[in-house]
Design a protein around this ligand. Structure first.
Ligand code: FAD
Length: 506
C-alpha cells in the first residue's frame, strides 16, 4: 500500500473510528472483482461511512492525503463494473452499508427521500408494508441494487417512471472540493424546505445533471418520485417469427407510444434474451468447440418455450379488468396486423418464466429471475453494450443486421433487448463470455470495440458503459464537450479525488 493511503487510513481511523474501515482483506479484494475481459482492479481499502458528516470528513482527508475515492451505493452494477473503480489503487467508499435509511416516505405527494443504501427491494417492501399504495419503478436487474446508485448511473425501468435520474428530485451532494450543496429548491438558504422533494427548478442553473455518470461529488441523499399503484395491471406480449420482423415491430410500437396509448415502455426481447434465463448453452448437446448457437438450436429453443425470434411486451394500467379489455383487444389486432404470430395474455404469461420477468418489471416488483441470464454461458464474463436506435423500423433493422454480423464474426451469441418508447429505443446488448479463457476475453473485448466503432461511425453513442470502456467512449465525444466536462470536474474537484478516470474524466 502506498504511503499516502496508509497515512489516510490512519487519519480515517482517528476521526471516524476503526469500524469505518472494512477489516477483511478478502472482502476488500472482492470489491475489485468485475465481469470484464480485463479482469479485476486493485482496491486499496473500503470505507463504510455512517453519516453525511463522515462523508464530508472522508472527502476532506482524501484532499489532504491525495487519494482517490470511488463511491458506490450498493455496488450491484453487474456487467458494467459491479463495484470496482475504473482504475487500480482507489479506495471504495461504500455508502450503502451503513447509510441505508428511508428518511421520509410521503404518501400524500408520492415521494421517498432515501440514503444511498436503500435498495429497490427495501423500498418495495416498505411500500408493501404500508399498504401497497405506491410502486417503485423496478429494473429487471438486481433487487439489491441501490435506488440512488442506479439513478445516478442513468439506469432505467419500464413503467411511466422509467427515467430514474429524471424521477430524482433534489440532491444533497458532497463535492470533491469538500463543500456540501443542496440542489433544486433545497438550495434556498433555509432549514425548512417544503419544495425540495417536489420541485426541481429553482432560480439559477440546474446543477443536478452534474452528478449523473460523473465524478464531481458524492450524493448522500435525494428524493425519488413514486407512482401510485394502479388497481389493475395487465401485460400483453406479441411474438414474431423472423429476425427481420424487428422493422415491423418498431414501426408498430411507435404510434402506441407517441400517443401514450400504452403507458409503459415496450420490452422487445430477442429469443436468447427471453429464453436465456431458463436455459444453459452447455446443455444444448452441442458439438465440441462450438461457439455461438446455430439457427437450428435457436429454432428448437423457441419451439420448446413457445416464443418467437422477438417478443414485444408492455402493460396497461387501469381501474378494472373491464377498462383494460378494449385496449387489449385493440393492441392485439394492431400487432396481428403487423405480422405477430401469437398474442400471449397476462394470465398465460404468468406461466412462462421469461414473460413473468416482464410482468414483474411492469408491476414494480423486484425479481432476481433475469440475473440467471448471466449463466447462459459458463465462466462469468459479461459486458453490456448500450447504444440505441430512433424508433424507425428501417434504422433499427439496419443496426440489427450490423450488430448481428459483428456478434457472429466474433463468435458470440446474439442477445439483445430494445426498451422502446415513442421516439427512441435503448438497445441492451449482452456479450457473455468465459472469463477463464484468455482467448475468449480477447474476443469479447474485440467484439465490444468493433460494435462501438461501427455504431460511432453511424453517429450513435452509448447511454451507459462498462468500466473497461469509459475512456474509449469519452474519447469519441467532440473535443469541446470533453474540455467542458473536464473544466467542470476541475472546478468542483480540483485535486481529482472523486473516482479519477470514471467516464473518462480526470
Ligand atoms: C440481467 C441484468 C439485468 C439488468 N437490468 C437492468 C435494468 O432493467 N435497468 C437498469 O438500470 N440496470 C439494469 N442492470 C444493470 C445494473 O445491475 C443495475 O443498474 C444496478 O441497479 C446498478 O447497481 P447499483 O444500483 O447497486 O448502483 P451502484 O453500483 O452503487 O452505482 C452505480 C454507479 O453510480 C455511481 N454512484 C453510486 N452511488 C453514488 C453516489 N452516492 N454518489 C456518486 N456516485 C455514485 C457509482 O460510482 C457507479 O458508477 C441489469 C443487470 C443485469 C445483469
Amino acid at each position: 500500500m502506498v504511503k499516502a493511503v496508509a497515512a489516510f487510513l490512519t487519519a480515517i481511523e482517528r476521526e471516524l473510528g476503526a469500524d469505518a474501515i472494512e477489516p477483511s482483506v478478502e472482502a476488500v479484494e472482492r470489491y475489485g472483482d468485475t465481469t470484464m475481459p480485463s479482469g479485476g482492479r486493485r482496491v486499496d481499502a473500503v470505507l463504510l461511512p455512517r453519516s453525511v458528516t463522515d462523508v464530508v470528513t472522508t472527502v476532506r482527508l482524501a484532499n489532504e492525503y491525495q487519494v482517490g475515492l470511488y463511491p458506490v451505493s450498493a455496488g450491484h452494477n453487474l456487467g458494467l463494473g459491479t463495484r470496482s473503480p475504473v482504475r487500480d489503487g482507489q479506495i471504495v467508499i461504500d455508502l450503502g452499508r451503513r447509510m441505508n435509511r428511508i428518511l421520509e416516505l410521503n404518501e400524500e405527494l408520492g415521494y421517498a427521500v432515501v440514503e444511498p443504501g436503500v435498495t429497490f427491494q427495501a423500498l418495495h417492501d416498505e411500500l408493501v408494508r404500508r399498504g401497497d399504495k405506491f410502486m417503485i419503478s423496478a429494473t429487471s436487474g438486481p433487487p439489491l441494487g441501490s435506488v440512488l446508485g442506479n439513478a445516478l448511473d442513468k439506469g432505467a425501468g419500464y413503467s411511466p417512471y422509467f427515467d430514474h435520474f429524471g424521477t430524482l428530485c433534489g440532491f444533497e451532494a458532497v463535492l470533491g472540493n469538500g463543500s456540501t450543496i443542496r440542489t433544486g429548491d433545497g438550495s434556498l438558504d433555509n432549514d425548512t424546505l417544503p419544495n425540495w422533494p417536489v420541485s426541481k427548478y429553482t432560480i439559477g442553473p440546474i446543477l443536478d445533471g452534474l452528478f449523473a455518470q460523473s465524478n464531481c461529488g458524492i450524493i448522500v441523499r435525494a428524493a425519488i418520485w413514486l407512482m401510485p399503484r394502479p388497481p389493475v395491471i395487465r401485460t400483453f406480449h406479441a411474438t414474431f417469427e423472423r429476425d427481420t420482423d424487428i422493422s415491423a415491430i418498431i414501426d408498430a410500437i411507435r404510434p402506441l407510444k407517441l400517443t401514450n396509448f400504452v403507458p409503459t415502455l415496450f420490452r422487445v426481447a430477442n429469443d436468447l434474451y427471453a429464453i436465456g434465463p431458463e436455459e444453459r448453452a452447455e446443455n444444448l448437446g452441442r458439438r465440441p468447440g462450438a461457439r455461438e448457437i446455430t439457427a437450428e438450436e435457436r429454432r428448437l429453443l423457441r419451439e420448446k418455450h413457445g416464443l418467437g425470434a422477438w417478443q414485444a411486451s408492455a402493460a396497461f394500467y387501469a381501474g378494472s379488468e373491464g377498462d383494460i379489455a378494449p385496449m387489449l383487444a385493440r393492441v392485439s389486432s394492431h400487432f396481428l396486423n403487423k405480422g405477430a404470430v401469437r398474442i400471449i395474455d397476462h394470465a398465460q404469461a404468468q406461466l412462462i418464466p421469461s414473460l413473468l420477468i416482464a410482468s414483474d418489471a411492469f408491476s414494480g416488483r423486484p425479481s432476481t429471475a433475469e440475473l440467471r441470464l448471466l449463466s447462459w454461458r459458463p465462466g462469468g464474463g459479461a459486458i453490456w453494450f448500450l447504444p440505441g436506435t430512433p424508433m424507425s423500423g428501417r434504422t433499427a433493422a439496419e443496426l440489427d443486421v450490423l450488430a448481428r454480423g459483428l456478434f457472429a464474426q466474433h463468435g458470440f451469441d446474439y442477445i439483445i433487448m430494445h426498451v422502446a418508447g415513442g421516439r427512441f429505443a435503448r438497445s441492451l446488448y449482452l456479450i457473455l463470455f468465459d472469463r477463464r479463457s484468455a482467448e475468449e476475453c480477447r474476443r469479447a473485448d474485440a467484439c465490444y470495440r468493433a460494435l462501438t466503432s461501427a455504431y460511432a461511425t453511424r453517429g450513435i453513442g452509448v447511454g451507459r458503459a462498462a468500466i473497461d470502456y469509459h475512456g474509449l467512449h469519452m474519447d469519441l465525444q467532440m473535443p469541446a464537450f470533453q474540455q467542458a466536462v473536464l473544466a467542470v470536474k476541475r472546478a468542483l474537484d480540483p485535486n481529482g479525488v472523486i473516482a479519477p478516470g470514471k467516464y473518462g474524466i480526470g
